[in-house]
Design a protein around this ligand. Structure first.
Ligand SMILES: Cc1cc2nc3c(=O)[nH]c(=O)nc-3n(C[C@H](O)[C@H](O)[C@H](O)COP(=O)(O)O)c2cc1C
Length: 360
């Protein structure tokens, strides 16, 4: 069994590896590209316009067409990148200005050629650093079991207050329906894992060795999978590319998932009153603020997105969840997120900014 080079406490945690003479937009983006994205695809490409301006595009090679057919989670990921870059800019003494979808909504044929955002920074000696800046390099998702008591009302209120930016409706699943929602979330994961095409998409983004992790700088890997104890040992022994769809690989994962989800006491929701592309980006901005605020409280987030997804195999469970939570179109729950204390999770990798930037 190999020891992962991405273990917690590793001094290489989220390295920024910048140079002192980097332009301000590059320094801000170094923080930005540590943003969370579905399957850790990091689905962005960045074009530098000047030392203080950049445009962000979808990288068409980094989409999830089976599990995310509308590209909703893809653009939530762009929201997380944009927000983290903006927060970093304030910490570096710059005022960020963001134009979301500056050329309008992106048609499927224009993915990769139409920008999701323009980011402009202006030096401002009076700017106050966003307090979430200090959490950027620490935050990470944890799929592990929750330990300890439920969140206090003050902790919930603190997370809500940081995440509630205009348009974003932040809430918590009420405790009386929590068991039903958790059951739907676990069943939804089984639907995804038992469908060959859907689960194959996870295989494509799964990195099976430290070498693959280091070479790709993206994707998911065993130490971040959320298994612990015997299930993690089994997973490490049996998870090989060729074994992916075998029951002896999938079942320990699903039972580990059910166990971890079963420990949840606090489920955060991020919803929007409508469901447009700009709503998706804004939801991502709110979500990552919740993530950073949770980190500041010593808590970790774990999105459990399957039951929100739009592929037809999920219609039944998605409708059940919407009815239970009273969500009716055009409103849409964009993120459903476990929040709690966990043991230290594994660190997920990031690509070097140089691979992501086009110098225009
Ligand atoms: C839109 C979106 C959806 C996500 N959905 C899931 C999910 O369903 N299950 C999960 O374990 N993680 C989910 N994640 C978390 C990502 O997998 C995670 O952010 C990524 O692997 C990077 O790891 P990190 O957050 O620890 O940096 C989601 C993240 C985003 C932004």
């Amino acid at each position: 069994m190999s020891t992962s080079i991405y273990r917690i406490g590793d001094v290489r945690e989220r390295p920024l590896s910048g140079r002192p003479d980097d332009p301000p937009i590059v320094t801000a983006l170094r923080y930005g590209v540590t943003a969370p994205s579905a399957h850790n695809t990091q689905p962005w490409r960045i074009e530098l316009i000047s030392d203080t301006q950049a445009r962000v595009f979808v990288d068409p090679g980094r989409t999830l067409p089976h599990v995310d057919p509308p590209g909703r989670q893809l653009l939530i990921g762009h929201g997380t990148l944009i927000e983290m870059t903006s927060i970093a800019a304030t910490g570096l003494g710059f005022r960020p200005e963001i134009d979301m979808l500056p050329d309008g909504e992106i048609a499927p044929t224009d993915i990769g050629t139409m920008p999701t955002a323009t980011i402009r920074l202006t030096a401002d000696p009076d700017i106050t650093a966003d307090p979430l800046f200090s959490r950027i390099l620490h935050r990470r998702s944890s799929r592990l079991a929750h330990l300890g008591p439920p969140l206090t009302p003050e902790q919930r209120a603190d997370i809500e207050q940081h995440a509630r930016i205009p348009g974003v409706d932040v809430g918590w699943i009420p405790r009386d329906i929590l068991p039903d929602v958790l059951r739907i979330a676990a069943d939804a994961m089984a639907v995804e894992a038992e469908d060959r095409d859907l689960y194959d998409e996870t295989r494509l983004w799964f990195r099976f060795s430290d070498r693959e992790i280091a070479e790709s700088g993206d994707g998911l890997h065993m130490d971040t999978a959320g298994l612990s104890g015997p299930a993690l040992l089994l997973g490490r022994m049996f998870t090989r590319n060729g074994n992916w769809h075998k029951a002896y690989n999938r079942n320990p994962y699903l039972s580990g998932f059910r166990q971890a989800v079963g420990t949840t006491t606090d489920l955060l929701t991020v919803s929007m009153a409508s469901n447009t592309m700009s709503d998706w980006i804004i939801a991502g901005r709110g979500y990552v603020r919740a993530d950073l605020a949770a980190d500041a409280l010593g808590l970790r987030v774990h999105p459990i997105s399957q039951a929100l997804q739009e592929f037809p195999q999920m219609d039944k469970l998605r409708t059940e969840l919407e009815q239970l939570t009273g969500t009716a179109a055009p409103a849409k729950m964009q993120m459903l997120v476990r929040v709690g204390r966990t043991s230290p999770p594994g660190l997920s990798p990031r690509r070097d900014l140089r691979e992501i930037i086009d110098r225009g």
